[in-house]
Design a protein around this ligand. Structure first.
Ligand SMILES: NC(=O)C1=CN([C@@H]2O[C@H](COP(=O)(O)OP(=O)(O)OC[C@H]3O[C@@H](n4cnc5c(N)ncnc54)[C@H](O)[C@@H]3O)[C@@H](O)[C@H]2O)C=CC1
Ligand SMILES: CC(=O)C(=O)O
Ligand SMILES: [Mg+2]
Length: 376
């Protein structure tokens, strides 16, 4: 199979779909790998390294999309990329379709087989291709929050850990999954006073064990959200219902109740965000202010530490990517229900229920079971 790796084009996105080491694995399995020139240069993966790995360097994205059987990316395809996809071609990348009608419409129109990293599952009920980026974004969320609590960044001038004689800042983490756990680790490490809200009691029990009582765990209710948000210096939005639009847990009234100069980091913004006041921002212009509360809502946070993120992402995506290439996408998915869960769009059919729930009426979409769609 010909595996194509275009350069990412989202704002300040320097990650790349395959590292040279991953490209070498595909070549070792008898595949041809084509990489757009300078796809990884910004993070130290040079064209020469890809050539040494056995890949070919291609001048333009148009040539990659025209030639490749499978496109391996990081971020959701931008409109001009969607328009280059075609039936019979596989797209393997993050998609986040539920909050994105434009992309969904374009992928349906393309006829291509579109596999979303973020909905591939594992036998523990986890999301193995989302997890590495959630680890990164969770850790970064505290760095970003601490930075924006500084006066010069619009914050209240609060140090997360406090100092002897001055109490630490209060950090509220909404959602104690991968992002939330990694955020809590960093916040604790900096000496903050951390509370995690989740609606899963088993998860709260696990968190209590993991943190050995050093974080407060609270069952997520409207009342708890109201109470803890008003007291927090920093709120991290980290909830997820896989593949679905994020629930809006924090409304305008909650935001208005916060202290001036408090900071919210909506990591869940890639699924539409869990703050009513959130809108996606970029690394170039990451924040805006609503009711004196600084909002940081960067939809591709791991792109900020693109070298670490690319290696972490490839560790997770490589085995599934090789299965797709070695067996062909159809057989690979039919033989692995966890990979099949990644299929969101195939031959114009939407095969992920939560996407149809979010956009079905607006786009006139009908849901089709993934295995059934693969038989088309
Ligand atoms: N902005 C960015 O650059 C990035 C964003 N993300 C996003 O971060 C979000 C979280 O991802 P993960 O931590 O991997 O998900 P996860 O599935 O590991 O954790 C989500 C947690 O939210 C909890 N939850 C769901 N509904 C809730 C509610 N109503 N109240 C309280 N808790 C609730 C679940 O019980 C679960 O523990 C996702 O939207 C993901 O796409 C991930 C990586 C990068
Ligand atoms: C998960 C995601 O959206 C990202 O890593 O950019
Ligand atoms: Mg206020």
């Amino acid at each position: 199979m010909i595996v194509g790796v275009p350069k990412e084009i989202k704002n300040h996105e320097y990650r790349v779909g395959l590292t040279p080491a991953a490209a070498k694995e595909f070549v070792a399995h008898g595949h041809q790998v084509i990489v757009e020139t300078n796809a990884g240069t910004a993070i130290g993966f040079t064209d020469e390294q890809y050539v040494e790995a056995g890949a070919s360097i291609i001048a333009t994205p148009a040539e990659i999309f025209a030639t490749a059987d499978m496109i391996v990316k990081v971020k959701e395809p931008q409109p001009n990329e969607c328009k280059m996809l075609r039936e019979g071609q596989t797209l393997y990348t993050y998609l986040h379709l539920a909050p994105d009608a434009t992309q969904t419409e374009l992928l349906v129109a393309s006829g291509a087989t579109c596999i979303a990293y973020e909905t591939v599952t594992d036998h523990t009920g986890g999301l193995p291709l989302l997890a590495p980026m959630s680890e990164v974004a969770g850790r970064m969320s505290i760095q970003a929050g601490a930075h924006h609590l500084e006066k010069a960044q619009g914050g209240s001038g609060t140090l997360l850990g406090g100092v002897p004689g001055v109490a630490p800042a209060k950090v509220l983490v909404l959602g104690g999954g991968v992002v939330g756990t990694n955020a809590a680790k960093m916040a604790l490490g900096m000496g903050a006073d951390v509370t995690i809200l989740d609606r899963s009691l088993p998860r709260l029990r696990q968190l209590d064990d993991i943190f050995n009582g050093t974080v407060k765990t609270v069952f997520s209710t409207v009342d708890a959200i109201e109470y803890y948000t008003a007291k927090a210096d920093l709120v991290i939005g980290a909830v997820l219902i896989p593949g679905a639009a994020a629930p809006k847990l924090i409304n305008k009234t909650h935001i208005a109740s916060m202290k001036p100069g408090s900071v919210v980091v909506d990591v869940a913004i890639d699924q539409g965000g869990c703050f009513e006041t959130a809108k996606a921002t970029t690394h170039q212009d990451p924040t805006y202010v609503v009711d004196d509360v600084v909002h940081y809502c960067v939809a591709n946070m791991p792109g900020g530490v693109a070298r670490t993120s690319t290696m972490a992402l490839n560790n997770a995506t490589l085995p599934f990517g090789l299965a797709l290439a070695n067996k062909g996408p159809k057989r690979a998915m039919l033989e692995d229900k966890h990979l099949l869960n990644g299929l969101n769009v195939h031959k114009g059919k939407v095969t992920y229920k939560a996407v149809v729930d979010a956009l079905g009426d607006k786009l006139n979409l009908e849901y089709m079971d993934a295995a059934e769609a693969l038989a088309l």
